[in-house]
Design a binder for this molecule. Structure first.
Ligand code: SAM
Length: 285
């Protein structure tokens, strides 16, 4: 069995629909005449890894920027030119992951300069998405109860080399049940996202719990700005998951309809797919 990374690289090279496969080909062409091959060697393999894993284009942009600097191969203009191809590559396949669907919905609501909350930062994938979406003029408050989650999310953000730095992302090592104590008074939050369950590749016995999730949802409903969104990805296949899912369902169903619009989405032909709840606060009249 070839090592995982090589396996992804080989698969990505064969898969024309892979989201960043065209970036891989461009990178390989660009690197062909490079004399500093050792410094650049990681680029095609890492890009292939991203292509194989269907990572979002923004991750590929970040990788290009990070790898371009040490080898001085690309001018800022050529990095920009490479990066600008990613959205075109992304348009081809439909990414059926529920997180990808959630990000598409969030992008309808979140804008540069907004204040947003990641109620469960985990490994930081959603925090990074939010940090890019609100930009350096916005603010991301990212919560988690696990030290390990906060540490790996922080690394994710630092390594992303965000334009404008990381000063707009603040991490809070506390439960989202206490969210309001950490937010500015009268905060107007455009998005609060909850990706429930356990830390990926972490301790599976440490999961979100119905009671604290409900307290977090209540806090979110009190801080969401008109036109803002509360988004919840809820899993049912781990112990306590079904009870938590039903608590979220109950919360979403009982919100006053003159102020909120709530929806629940499932992939019908997947055995263990999570549910995606979106609770939209109607703009004030
Ligand atoms: C599915 S993971 C989140 C994934 C994350 N959004 C990402 O992009 O990687 C769920 C996280 O919720 C955290 N968590 C559990 N209970 C919590 C609570 N009461 N407040 C905040 N975070 C909590 C867990 O520690 C875990 O890291």
């Amino acid at each position: 069995m070839p090592p995982r990374r090589e396996w992804h690289a080989a698969r990505a090279a064969r898969d024309p629909l892979s989201p960043v496969a065209s970036l891989l080909r461009t990178a390989q062409r660009a690197l062909a005449p490079c004399r500093k091959r050792t410094a650049c060697a990681a680029l095609p393999t890492d890009t292939a890894f991203l292509a194989g894993s269907r990572a979002p284009a923004k991750t590929a942009h970040t990788l290009f920027r990070r790898l371009a600097d040490p080898c001085n191969k690309f001018s800022p203009g050529s990095v920009q030119a490479l990066a600008s191809q990613a959205p075109i590559a992304l348009r081809k396949p439909v990414n059926v992951r529920v997180t990808s669907l959630a990000h598409q919905i969030w992008s309808q609501v979140v804008d540069q300069g907004d204040m947003v909350v990641d109620a469960t930062c985990g490994r930081g994938a959603d925090t990074l998405w939010l940090a890019n979406a609100v930009g350096p003029t916005g603010t991301v408050h990212a919560f988690d109860i696990q030290d390990e989650a906060i540490r790996s999310s922080r690394v994710m953000i630092e390594e992303a080399a965000l334009p404008g730095g990381t000063g707009h992302v603040s991490f809070v090592h506390d439960s989202h049940a206490n969210m309001q104590a950490h937010l500015p008074k009268d905060a107007a939050i455009m998005l609060t996202c909850f990706n429930l369950g356990y830390l990926p590749s972490g301790d599976k016995s440490l999961t979100t719990q119905a009671e604290s999730t409900l307290a977090g949802l209540k806090a979110a409903s009190e801080t969401t700005a008109p036109g803002g969104l509360i988004s919840i990805i809820s899993y049912t296949h781990h112990p306590g998951g079904r009870r938590e899912f039903e608590a979220v369902q109950d919360f979403a169903s009982k919100l006053p309809p003159e102020m909120w619009l709530s929806s629940e989405t499932h992939f019908r032909n997947r055995q263990v797919a999570p549910a995606l709840f979106n609770i939209y606060r109607l703009p004030s009249r």
